[in-house]
Design a protein around this ligand. Structure first.
Ligand SMILES: C=C(O[C@@H]1C=C(C(=O)O)C=C[C@H]1O)C(=O)O
Length: 363
């Protein structure tokens, strides 16, 4: 009669099976990585192939000799597929131009001496939602320049929810914005919404803005990627971080490396704020990409009473700057009159943030 095998002996056999399994898993992973590479070469947007996974699971269930149940075998293989997919995607991400894996050091923009990103002090981009008149822009620019703000914003083309809302002054607005910014030694940033306007907006603006609603407008992303101006790319209203970074990749892939990412809050179930500021996205974008990241606190919450704490939080997680809307008389503003700050409001904001922004504190 043969003696039953000892636990020790059985464990030695298990150890050998583990080594064999590991070898097979690694072999499988090498093949998976090749498939992943081939998919990227073919330009397939998705590495995940549920139909292929399903076919494999069915076959494995049929072949299953036991003693594991079919459900257990499926569960184990699903884990293998999940790890395989993650491997494919992480290899793929390595090749993204926005990724820190491709460029380790922070991208620092130097726009006529104004530095954004890296170790530069955080920047403020401020100004009204819409350019409404020469006088409104002059008052705002003069005031903001006096507060040390170097970048003046103002929309000439407005993405309004209703087609009957104020649509912006167009080229007349661009002329005002650029003239007033220059007169106050500021840079001028404004939104471009249409591929046909990229050329004219580039003529007047120092920085082009792609708004949240256009983050998925791939033709526009490509066009600003070919423009000779830095681009501020807002995160879409319901865009994942991955979609946002891919949108930036569109711009870089056309040869324009000067991209600033801007988190502006995302749509959630929450109603007490207009959007939910996603601070993890700021920290993650800083970690995963080499691009400067700023936070639009005005749209993030859609309410003035949260601007200071949200801006502090944004800078605390590593944002390279703050975007904020300021209007000489918000009550009469032609757009966003609920959330823009007046000059007294900006004074408070600026004082509260002074130490974090490395600005002189008022005495
Ligand atoms: C390896 C592939 O990519 C993914 C991983 C799979 C796997 O590990 O078997 C299957 C389908 C895809 O979700 C593939 O498409 O074959």
């Amino acid at each position: 009669m043969t003696q039953p095998r000892t636990i020790e002996d059985l464990r030695t056999e298990i150890d050998q099976i583990n080594r064999d399994l590991l070898k097979l898993l690694s072999q499988r992973a090498t093949v998976v990585a090749q498939i992943g590479h081939a998919k990227t070469q073919e330009g397939r947007p998705n590495h995940y192939d549920p139909a292929r996974e399903d076919r494999q699971l069915r076959e494995l269930e049929e072949l299953n000799p036991g003693p594991f149940t079919g459900a257990t075998v499926k569960h184990l293989f699903k884990e293998i597929f999940k790890a395989s997919l993650a491997l494919e995607e992480s290899n793929d991400k390595k090749q993204l131009l926005v990724s820190r894996k491709v460029k380790k050091e922070d991208t620092v923009l130097d726009i006529d001496g104004v530095k954004i990103g890296g170790d530069s002090p955080p920047i403020i981009i401020a100004g009204p939602c819409s350019i409404e008149s020469e006088e409104q822009m002059e008052q705002t620019a003069e005031y903001l320049a006096g507060k040390g703000v170097k970048i003046l914003r103002g929309g000439a083309y407005k993405p309004r929810t209703s087609p009957y809302g104020f649509q912006g002054m167009g080229v007349d607005g661009l002329i005002i914005g650029s003239r007033v910014a220059r007169a106050n030694k500021m840079l001028f940033i404004t939104e471009v919404m249409d591929t046909r306007d990229v050329e004219v907006v580039s003529e007047y603006a120092d920085i082009l803005q792609v708004g949240a609603r256009n983050m998925h407008n791939f033709a526009l992303l490509r066009e600003v990627g070919r423009a000779r101006r830095p681009v501020l790319l807002k995160r879409g209203l319901s865009a994942t971080i991955e979609e946002w970074l891919y949108a930036a990749e569109y711009i870089l892939s056309e040869g324009n490396n000067e991209v600033i990412l801007c988190e502006r809050g995302i749509r959630t179930f929450e109603k007490w704020t207009r959007n939910t500021l996603d601070l993890s996205a700021v920290a993650l974008a800083k970690q995963e990409t080499h691009l400067p990241v700023i936070v639009d606190v005005t749209h993030a919450a859609g309410r003035r009473d949260l601007l200071i704490p949200l801006a502090k939080a944004a800078l605390a997680v590593g944002a390279d700057g703050i975007h904020i809307e300021v209007h000489p008389n918000p009550a009469t503003a032609l757009s966003d009159n609920e959330q823009q700050l007046d000059f007294a409001g900006y004074d408070q904001f600026s004082d509260a943030l002074a130490s974090m922004l490395k600005l002189p504190v008022r005495v």
